[in-house]
Design a binder for this molecule. Sequence first.
Ligand code: 5RP
Length: 260
Amino acid sequence: MSQPLSGAEQGKFSAAKAATTFVKDGMKVGLGTGSTAAWLVRHLAEMVRNDGLRIQAAATSLQTATLAGELGIKIQSLDEIGWLDVTIDGADEFDGQLNLLKGGGGALLREKIVAFASDQMIVIADVTKDVASLGKFPLPVEVLPFGMQSSGILIERALLDLGYQTAKPVLRERDGSVFVTDEGNHIFDLHLDTVIDPEMLSQTLNGIPGVVENGLFLNLCDTVIIGFEDGSTETRRFEDGAMATSRADNIANLFSNVGD
Ligand code: 5RP
């Protein structure tokens, strides 16, 4: 049964639909994690089913692998595929340089590994993710279980040294228990408000023993596709060092039955 989508959901749907134009027959594709990436998986599954699209796909999380498998997209490990043509993923925030803050869904480690193993990274997002500077969304930092409280203390000290006065790391929980990532690690969320120097912060965090990775994705994303409530999209893309912007009208139905 067709159901109307809410405004934000329509934006995610449309951005994901627009991103499918970057996926060509025979490509090796990294599939992101989250509600926007789930739309991408549904759209691609439809293309596999109806148009005979052939892709090799690697997933950035067990959640995405499960959805893709249910919809008929065969998932292979990144090591089986080797290198990817493109990874398409969501983001919690992106800035004017297409730097990203990711990991709201807890998949930042696999997401970063997959994105780095790709010729191209495309982000799909609704317009609420567009920010002047990163950091309003809590920055996730994945830590090993061993000594994680000490890692938390070291993170807090490092943040104070960098001038973040109120940044107490908050251990992520889900359903009353400590959140566990696909790699069996845990996450501290950092409520920074504004990331002052993303490069410095990322390097500092990753230099702390026990920290596995942080949710800043810097100088990695080539293209952001923003979806709006009316179904239109805007694509921002670095071309020859300059930002190129293009708009497209509603390319997708305002009412969707994809995934029914
Ligand atoms: C998961 C992520 C997601 O891409 C991010 O949280 C955005 O999710 P959504 O599309 O549901 O808003 O980084 O780790």
